[in-house]
Design a protein around this ligand. Structure first.
Ligand code: HEM
Length: 406
């Protein structure tokens, strides 16, 4: 818990830190990567660093955390911490690396705010940083130990045994373990980090949802090409889609991710758009493997039927579930149905279909899509705590979603 003394100082300086957070984030990363360039090899996503807003995730989350500590000092923002801890653990982050971020972040705060950072102000923000850091270190230690790994053994080699073009832009890879270690079961909706070596020799990790339940031997993941320009954004996905073939080796982390299926026995509604189908495909496959008789409704939005990735697997799984139903919305027309329970033109509209009472909702897709769906659900009276979401990339939605009552 934040000390009373620091709480007053943090409260008084939050508006200034908040107003300068972009500048602080920029200075922080520039300074850190100049001093520690090795962090861009195998750990930080250089695609995120290239895009200004995404740099905000780490530094912004500390300001968000400080805000939460000031508002409710007795309670840590669990959802934020859990998401970050899973992401960190999927990258094999080590506890001793928190000292590096601390050094460069505090340097950036002083660099940007100058004399406003009195020793008292520095001490208060130091306390905020270490509260958050220890909460994360603690969770990450728990995540590693639950999987029987250490930061050094998170990574493992797999052999590609199948490669399927799902759509013009999405490729599915099935990989088989390349050693004798047993394959621990993933939870429905989890992802793995994939670590690749780029043509310039730099290693870069990215996260991809597992799109099929485990069978003790294989994992399946689906990757979307990023079109449009020469941005570092898609360099890993494009390399995977364009070059990886059957027989190649891939380096995958063990599975992580906290946006997993709620298996409390309540009806489940999955709402996805585009490549947001990937965690849903994993969840449906798990439900089929478990012989579930839950009521499960999939609502999916896409450009058209041909761009609906994993549609055959997903539809077969929905049909295999006694309580399964699936509906699609296509921006460019209606498609031939695929055996769906309903196909609609245009944007996804949750009011167009009957939804089970007391359901839990899982959302995945672009943030504006999820925002619109969440809004519709809340308007229908669905409690905010029953709406879970998964953001691909740094989650900058968190701050405003967390401020709404649940
Ligand atoms: C990602 C916060 C410490 C490396 C993130 C994200 C947040 C965050 C909010 C984005 C998660 C998402 O929504 O996807 C923090 C906080 C820290 C901390 C509050 C300290 C209290 C560290 C340290 C390292 C690190 C010590 C390593 C030196 C990363 C990396 C990512 C990440 C590599 C993935 C995204 C990217 O590559 O840009 N962190 N982090 N973080 N963090 Fe941390």
């Amino acid at each position: 818990m934040l000390s009373t003394r620091s709480r007053a100082v943090v409260e008084a300086t939050l508006p200034t830190v908040g107003a300068h957070i972009e500048q602080i984030a920029t200075r922080f990363y520039d300074h850190m990567f100049t001093e520690r360039p090795e962090l861009l090899d195998g750990l930080f996503n250089r695609g995120n660093q290239a895009s200004g807003t995404q740099r905000l995730a780490l530094a912004g989350s500390i300001a968000h955390f400080a805000q939460a500590l000031v508002a409710t000092p007795e309670q840590l923002p669990e959802r934020l911490l859990s998401r970050v801890a899973h992401k960190h653990a999927s990258l094999g982050l080590r506890a001793d690396q928190y000292g590096i971020v601390h050094e460069h972040l505090m340097w950036a705060i002083v660099d940007v705010l100058g004399d406003a950072v009195t020793p008292e102000v520095a001490a208060a923000w130091d306390e905020v940083y270490w509260l958050m850091a220890y909460a994360l270190i603690h969770q990450e230690r728990g995540l590693y130990s639950a999987r029987g790994v250490t930061p050094e053994t998170v990574w493992r080699e797999w052999e590609v045994v199948e490669r399927r073009d799902e759509t013009a832009d999405v490729v599915t890879f099935v990989v088989r373990r390349a050693d004798r270690r047993s394959v621990r079961t993933s939870l429905p909706g989890q992802y793995v980090s994939v670590l690749v070596t780029l043509p310039d020799g730099t290693r870069q990790p990215r996260q991809y949802s597992l799109t099929r339940a485990d069978d003790g031997e294989h994992r399946q993941l689906s990757v979307k090409r990023v079109r449009g320009g020469d941005t570092p954004d898609g360099e890993v996905s494009n390399l995977l889609c364009d070059t990886v073939q059957v027989g190649d080796r891939l380096t995958l982390s063990v599975p992580f991710g906290d946006a997993v299926l709620d298996e409390s026995g309540r009806p489940v509604v999955l709402v996805s758009a585009g490549i947001g189908i990937t965690p849903m495909a994993g969840m449906l496959s798990h439900l089929v493997a478990a012989g579930s008789d839950l009521s499960v409704t999939l609502l999916h939005a896409d450009l058209d039927e041909a761009s609906f990735a994993l549609r055959h697997q997903v539809l077969a799984d929905v049909r295999a579930l006694p309580g399964g139903r699936a509906y699609a919305w296509y921006e460019r027309g209606e498609g031939d149905g695929l055996g769906l329970d309903g196909v609609f033109p245009g944007w996804l509209d949750v009011d167009a279909v009957e939804l089970p009472a007391g359901a839990t909702y899982h959302l995945c897709g672009p943030i504006p899509f999820m925002r619109a769906v969440r809004e519709q659900l809340l308007t229908r009276g669905v409690p905010a705590r029953d709406v879970q979401y998964e953001v691909f990339g740094p989650d900058l939605w968190q701050a405003d979603a967390a401020t709404e009552a649940s």
